[in-house]
Design a protein around this ligand. Structure first.
Ligand code: C2E
Ligand code: CA
Ligand code: CA
Ligand code: CA
Length: 274
């Protein structure tokens, strides 16, 4: 066996070596993905508990030339590691804002931000120039961040979040309840929305603990005057529970999957014949 660490891995763990190789190949493929137009955005509706759609979340996909349509869990971590998420994130933001600018003014757009986008370049400047360029009203843009954003460099992240908020955009805390310090971050920054992670929603009514946690988070939101979005709502029973607990908003397969925007032409008015 070779003396260096990589050689050792190659000798004893061929599967890990294989994975590293696959990752490197994907990373190379990803280099051209943005320029070649291989990225696509799908849009998933967000609705009030009475099922009225008020906006969409943009969710990225990669149409890989040979592997087919890849979901974000497959390539976002790789892009974050390589830094390619900066370019991808900018493309997502620009494309989503440009799209949303064509919708009726009551519809909002939510865009996910990676923690890596907070560590490089000037995110506030970027968002501002994309808003100007697309003509999208800032209040119609919501940026979704996980608490991972605040874990790395707390004061820098806080500064950027405040700068974004000063532009007039909304800030949502995504995957609420899955991290370790959601509550302390809630205290540190005035989030406009809390998104209850779908792992809690999925267990509603089959798991008493999940019921109590969701109930508590909804109560917390009410106390702090922050609207809640329950993610991953799939069944009418889950919706009933959430409605009863006075949760405001939902997202999930019950309302609609992430689809090309044309699938929601009836809501956006886009592409409907006049
Ligand atoms: P997320 O932000 O928590 O997005 C919600 C995920 O749950 C989406 O998966 C969505 O398709 C899925 N989902 C929605 N409703 C339901 C439901 O009722 N049941 C179930 N089982 N799943 C549901 P997706 O599109 O695969 O995205 C996965 C994650 O990738 C996202 O989680 C987000 O963290 C990340 N992501 C997606 N697009 C972007 C992007 O443009 N930039 C960055 N940085 N991350 C992104
Ligand atoms: Ca999200
Ligand atoms: Ca989420
Ligand atoms: Ca998630």
């Amino acid at each position: 066996a070779k003396a260096d660490g990589r050689g050792a891995i190659r000798t004893f763990e061929p599967s890990m070596d294989r994975r590293m190789h696959d990752q490197r190949v994907l990373q190379l493929d990803l280099q051209n993905a943005t320029q070649n137009g291989e990225l696509e955005l799908l849009y998933q509706p967000q609705a009030s508990v009475d099922r009225t759609v008020y906006g969409f979340e943009a969710l990225v996909r990669w149409r890989h030339p040979t592997k087919g349509l890849l979901g974000p869990d497959f390539f976002i971590p790789i892009a974050e590691e390589s830094g390619q998420i900066i370019e991808i994130g900018e493309w997502v933001l620009r494309t989503a804002c440009r799209e949303a600018a064509t919708w009726p003014a009551h519809l909002r757009i939510s865009v996910n931000l990676s923690p890596v986008q907070f560590r490089h370049g000037d995110l506030v400047q970027l968002v501002q120039s994309i808003l100007l360029e697309t003509g999208l009203e800032p209040t119609r843009l919501e940026l979704e961040v996980t608490e991972g954003v605040l874990v790395h460099d707390f004061s820098r992240a806080l500064h950027i979040l405040r700068g974004l908020k000063a532009l007039g955009v909304q800030i949502a805390m995504d995957d609420f309840g899955t991290g370790y310090s959601s509550l302390s971050y809630l205290q540190a920054f005035p989030f406009d929305t809390l998104k209850i992670d779908k792992s809690f929603t999925a267990k509603l009514s089959t798991d008493n603990h999940a019921n109590e946690i969701v109930r508590a988070v909804i109560g917390l939101g009410r106390g702090l005057n922050i609207p809640i979005v329950a993610e991953g709502v799939e069944t009418p029973e889950q919706l009933d529970f959430l409605t009863q607990e006075r949760c405001q908003n939902i997202q999930g397969f019950l309302i609609g999957k992430a689809e090309p925007i044309e699938a929601y032409a009836e809501i956006t008015g886009r592409g409907t014949p006049t």
